[in-house]
Design a protein around this ligand. Structure first.
Ligand code: 5RP
Length: 218
């Protein structure tokens, strides 16, 4: 099976976690796109969705799925999203698609985070995938110096502006043994909006696409 076929398989398996008559949280990326396309087939059974990016909002709207602003919603029973890496504790690196801040906010409101990922995303230690950090543009150089002092190799993702009008710095060369602490440490750097470690709020369920089928971990 190709990587895209694995992504599609986990995305469709996640439809089982969608409660009827509710607003659900929807993530960003190619795996989330397969989920959105699958959701279209059951749109009459959900009230609508909160999107974690403008791109996902546009895809949901194109399928006729009603969009809700997160401020209109008190809680979400489920949030479905992909990941760039996920470890055994379900801590993740996210933000390859630059949507990390909104993803983290929507995930924080959700009772259950269902991570949909192909098998290549499961890793023993987070950090081989460069860690995305969303930064206020004025603070780019100062945050770059602070991130280098933490031991990584920060690289500005030139030409990318997030949905929030900020820039992304990807930190290469990390081996993140203590993701909860590292997430907090990076967020303390002045000028950082947030970073792509999802360790303080990890996933609750992992649907992993393998050549043998979709494996469920919780
Ligand atoms: C976007 C994300 C995505 O979930 C992550 O990059 C995985 O993407 P894909 O499903 O395309 O592999 O965090 O900001």
């Amino acid at each position: 099976m190709t990587q895209d076929e694995l992504k599609k398989a986990v995305a469709l398996a996640a439809l089982e976690y969608v409660p009827e008559g509710e607003v659900i949280g929807v993530g960003t990326g190619s795996t989330a796109n397969f989920f959105i396309d699958g959701l279209a087939g059951m749109r009459a059974r959900i009230t609508g969705a909160v999107a974690s990016s403008e791109a996902s909002a546009a895809r949901l709207a194109a399928h006729g799925i009603p969009l809700f602003d997160l401020n209109e919603v008190e809680s979400l029973s489920v949030y479905v999203d992909g990941a760039d890496e996920i470890d055994a504790s379900f801590a993740m690196i996210k933000g390859g698609g630059a949507a990390l801040t909104r993803e983290k906010i929507v995930a924080a409101v959700a009772k259950k985070f269902v991570c949909i990922a192909d098998a290549s995303k499961k890793v023993p230690v987070l950090g081989k995938f460069p860690l995305p950090v969303e930064v206020i543009p004025l603070a780019r150089a100062q945050v770059t110096r602070a991130l280098a002092a933490l031991g990584g190799r920060p690289v500005w993702r030139e030409g990318v502006i997030t949905d929030n009008g900020n820039v992304i710095i990807d930190v290469h060369g990390l081996a993140i043994e203590q993701p909860v602490e590292f997430e907090a440490r990076i967020n303390q750097i002045v000028g950082v909006v947030t970073n792509g470690l999802f360790a303080q709020r990890p996933a609750d369920v992992l649907l992993l696409g393998t050549p043998q089928g979709v494996e469920t971990f919780s």
